[in-house]
Design a protein around this ligand. Structure first.
Ligand SMILES: Cc1cc2nc3c(=O)[nH]c(=O)nc-3n(C[C@H](O)[C@H](O)[C@H](O)COP(=O)(O)OP(=O)(O)OC[C@H]3O[C@@H](n4cnc5c(N)ncnc54)[C@H](O)[C@@H]3O)c2cc1C
Length: 490
């Protein structure tokens, strides 16, 4: 069943405990830091349920309709359908929002595509994976994930020497009914707005860290669970005109704090198995299916960046200067190249032993790496194209409230081609991409959301067919040798 926006709004009133610093947020519908983001997610659910978009956003199975990102792809055409739905969703968020429901929906779908990998391994619960997937698609669940330990957890000796509880999330007790969890997990983007969160470990654990291997899918309103949010970027004095991306797309990020949180066995995917806890992402299509969504999102963002960059140069009057055209040409080449990388993941798709179709693994990781390495530079290019333009405009849209000021503004800021208001509107939007709190957070997000750069390079390394690559050179070198040098004859 597909939820409407209204049903989505009703479904997240589950008593979740949210803190911003020392402030307890009782109702996100009434808090300026969260209510605008909430409206955006509700509008996204409405778009998903719109009958006019039915064939793009959902699929039918046994008479029921499900969100497209729960489709288990069995053909190249299925991959195209998944990708088209991601594109529609990411365009809704202009590529700015990372944690739309199609992201982790992809992870869970990917886990179900190799249940054999789970079978006969200690601490593994393949039947729960399938039940969790069924529950999610039937109830149109929006999940996020928290699959990284906090940085402070590296200093184990300190906690041990003081007899303190380790900050890394762990199972502290098992009962017949389930597990009790204590500790922290970072850093769940969208947790304030999601229904559920996948808890797990994307980075390898030491083999003896078995209690930290807990992997489960839990509702965000579970008793004992707290969401500690970073400062929301929306404030009362921020208007949509002044910061349209912040206004709509601040998706929030939360540390998750567990104090004796009870999780029933039905929600546990892995426990007591450090290897399995990490490898479920790598040895099933989960990571690839989910990261294709990330790549589609980045492609959407790049198109948007290119569009803003070009319009900015039109407004500064510099667009036809050869050096500026050269810069736009470079950006356009990057945008087109990235789009090709995303399409290539479908064109060169792979199949699994169980008959599923999966995006090309190497191309997915290459695109993730490319985005991670190039995002900051692209943002800096846009900043450069803007010159000091942004700082020439009034502080905010309240200038229009005073007729006298509005007239001065209109007189001095209007150019032959553009009104003062239109110029201000575009520069405020561009600043929300390069200079606002939201923009700065996005720069960290693009560097880290998949994990640190060395981990992403490792995914690229381990998936490269090195024998094949070596053979290119070795077979060429086998064509000649020192004894075969023939004298040059005329
Ligand atoms: C905005 C934002 C949103 C996020 N959203 C989510 C989310 O929704 N879910 C989730 O689970 N996680 C999320 N993350 C967390 C993200 O997964 C981590 O930030 C990422 O894995 C890096 O881990 P870390 O922050 O602990 O940095 P660290 O691992 O401490 O790395 C810090 C720096 O040290 C370097 N470094 C550390 N160890 C090594 C090493 N062995 N070799 C070489 N260099 C090293 C890193 O490359 C990096 O430059 C988010 C992060 C950000 C910034």
């Amino acid at each position: 069943m597909l939820k409407t926006g209204k049903e989505y709004l009703e479904s997240i009133h589950d008593g979740r405990v949210i803190y911003v610093g020392g402030e307890r947020i009782d109702d996100i519908t009434r808090h300026v830091g969260f209510c605008r983001g909430l409206r955006t997610y509700a509008a996204l659910f409405d778009m998903k349920a719109d009958p006019a978009l039915r064939d793009i956003m959902s699929y039918e199975e046994d008479g029921e309709r499900y969100s497209m990102y729960y489709l288990q792809p069995r053909s190249q055409e299925d991959l195209r359908r998944r990708s088209a739905a991601h594109r529609k969703i990411t365009e809704f968020g202009m590529g700015i929002m990372g944690r739309t429901p199609d992201a982790v929906g992809g992870n869970i779908t990917g886990l179900t595509m190799n249940l054999d990998y789970f079978r006969n391994k200690p601490g593994s619960h393949p039947e729960n994976v399938l039940n969790i997937y069924e529950h999610m698609r039937k109830n149109d669940i929006f999940a996020t994930y928290a699959i990284v330990p906090p940085q402070g957890a590296r200093d184990r000796n300190y906690y041990q020497s003081k007899g303190l509880q380790q900050p890394a999330l762990r199972v502290t007790k098992e009962t017949d009914a389930g597990v009790i969890l204590n500790g922290m997990k970072m850093l769940a983007t969208g947790a304030v707005y999601a229904h559920e969160v996948l808890i797990g470990n994307i980075m390898p654990l030491a083999p003896d860290h078995t209690k930290e291997a807990i992997t489960c899918m839990i509702p965000l309103g579970l008793p004992g669970l707290q969401l500690w949010a970073r400062p929301p970027f929306n404030r009362d004095d921020i208007s949509e005109f002044d910061a349209p991306l912040t206004y709509r797309f601040d998706e929030s990020d939360c540390m998750l704090i567990f104090k004796d949180v009870f999780v029933p066995w039905e929600k546990v995917i892995v426990h007591d198995n450090a290897d399995l806890s990490r490898n479920i992402y790598i040895n099933t299509p989960a990571h690839i299916i989910a990261n294709h969504q990330c790549n589609v999102r980045f492609a959407t963002k790049l198109r948007f960046l290119l569009s803003v960059a070009s319009l900015i140069t039109r407004m500064t009057g510099a667009r036809d200067i050869p050096a500026v055209r050269d810069t736009l040409g470079r950006l356009a080449a990057m945008e087109a190249g990235y789009a090709a990388m995303v399409d290539g993941q479908i064109e060169a798709y792979e199949t699994t032993a169980s008959g599923y179709a999966v995006f090309n693994r190497r191309y997915v990781y290459a695109a993730i790496h490319w985005a991670m390495e190039n995002h900051s530079g692209i943002i800096d290019t846009l900043r450069e194209l803007m010159g000091g333009g942004h700082f020439q405009f009034p502080a905010n849209a309240s200038v229009f409230d005073d007729p006298e000021l509005a007239e001065v503004f209109d007189t001095y800021w209007t150019t032959s081609e553009f009104t003062a208001k239109d110029r201000m509107k575009l520069f405020k939007l561009a600043w929300d991409l390069v200079g606002s709190d939201l923009a700065s957070r996005a720069t960290s997000y693009e560097k880290f959301f998949v994990g640190p750069a060395f981990a992403v390079r490792n995914y690229n390394f381990i998936n490269t067919p090195w024998d094949e690559i070596h053979n290119i050179t070795e077979s060429f070198m086998a064509q000649y040798d020192i004894e075969q040098n023939a004298p040059v004859t005329n």
